[in-house]
Design a protein around this ligand. Structure first.
Ligand code: ZN
Length: 242
């Protein structure tokens, strides 16, 4: 099965559409949370995803927008954007976000927004923290988002050490003997210095994962954010990819 894996769309419809067009044929679509927040088109992003039979889980921004976690837990610009996103949501979008589970296991893969240990909030940036996470899921592979940085953590089967690496773009990597945590990066707000939308394609039969990027119309999203009066820092960062 060929699976399109996306995360952290953050209400950026232009980026989401570019990914859906670039991904080619896929049998399943998995979204790792934070479909809303930051960007200008929350309802449109949710409606676009709902055109596909897809799996999705909750992210911290999804919960912030819903009021399930206090907006005081976010920095000022993220808080303002979440408040604005909350005001835009229609009934269908609210119901969609409310229905999101914290984590799921599908096709021998665990999905969690932040980490399998603390799905909503924990950031897996370093191998030392990622190593602890392997005790909190059973499958060979766990997919996370949240940091907006594509990365692969590998736990070796013999020594039990954990190493972080970046997957090369456009080259499928077949998982080896160990266990893995992979982050596809962010569709709608990349933070690895590359402003192009990031996503992942997984072949679940061979367990091969591929990091992919696609350019999108950043200026179109920025123009909508300006019109909505969203924080300037969040507008600027899209063209820089941080
Ligand atoms: Zn996010």
């Amino acid at each position: 099965m060929r699976v399109l894996v996306i995360s952290d769309v953050h209400s950026n419809l232009a980026a989401l559409q570019a990914v859906l067009e670039d991904a080619g044929q896929f049998d399943a679509l998995w979204s790792l949370g934070d479909v809303v927040g930051y960007g200008p088109q929350p309802n449109e992003c949710i409606a676009t995803l709902c055109a596909y039979d897809h799996l999705y889980i909750a992210g911290n921004h999804d919960w912030g927008v819903l009021g399930k976690i206090p907006l005081d837990d976010f920095n000022g610009d993220a808080r303002k954007a979440n408040l604005w996103n909350r005001e835009q949501l229609d009934a269908a979008s609210l119901a969609y976000l409310e229905a999101a589970p914290e984590a799921i296991v599908e096709e021998k893969v665990t999905l969690a927004h932040g980490s399998p240990r603390y799905p909503i909030w924990e950031y897996l940036i370093y191998a030392s923290v990622a190593k602890l996470s392997f005790g909190f899921f059973e499958t060979k592979l766990c997919l996370v988002g949240h940091t907006h940085v594509p990365i692969l953590f590998a736990l070796s089967p013999d020594r039990g050490d954990c190493q972080a690496s970046r997957l090369p773009e456009g080259e499928p990597f077949t998982l080896g003997q160990g266990r893995y945590i992979a982050n596809p990066g962010s569709v709608g707000q990349p933070r690895d210095g590359d402003p192009r939308a990031a996503y992942m394609v997984i072949e679940t039969d061979s367990m091969a994962i591929e990091h992919r990027r696609v350019a999108y119309d950043v200026e179109a999203t920025q123009a909508l954010m300006r019109k909505a009066g969203l924080p300037r820092r969040n507008i600027t960062r899209l063209e820089l990819g941080w």
